[in-house]
Design a protein around this ligand. Structure first.
Ligand SMILES: [Zn+2]
Ligand SMILES: [Zn+2]
Length: 104
């Protein structure tokens, strides 16, 4: 970190996505390989927010990203080769099914 804050909107998602996918290309939603997009494990909707309503840091960290099939953002599609389709888009902003929903 050389200079304090860089402009807003420059999220580290792209770089962290590359890191995540370099380690593993197994879709965390269907368990098949060849995933080339990264899904937010905890979605924007469920990410904790500070008193000012802004997301707490870490949303785009590799720890909150997991490989998934989906849209690549430039209209290129990365569907599951086993026929599951676009796992990320099918999930939408739903919590992960394997995560226990806490009764808060
Ligand atoms: Zn998948
Ligand atoms: Zn699949």
């Amino acid at each position: 970190m050389s200079s304090g804050r860089s402009g807003t909107g420059a999220r580290p998602y792209r770089r962290n996505r590359a890191t995540v996918l370099a380690n593993d290309d197994t879709c965390h939603l269907c368990g098949h390989g060849d995933a080339r997009t990264a899904d937010h494990v905890i979605t924007d909707k469920d990410w904790p927010r500070g008193p000012d309503g802004r997301r707490l840091p870490g949303f785009d960290d590799p720890a909150n990203l997991a490989p998934a099939h989906g849209t690549m953002g430039n209209q290129e599609l990365n569907p599951c080769p086993m026929g599951c389709g676009l796992c990320n888009q099918r999930r939408g902003s739903q919590p992960l099914p394997q995560m226990d929903r806490r009764p808060w």
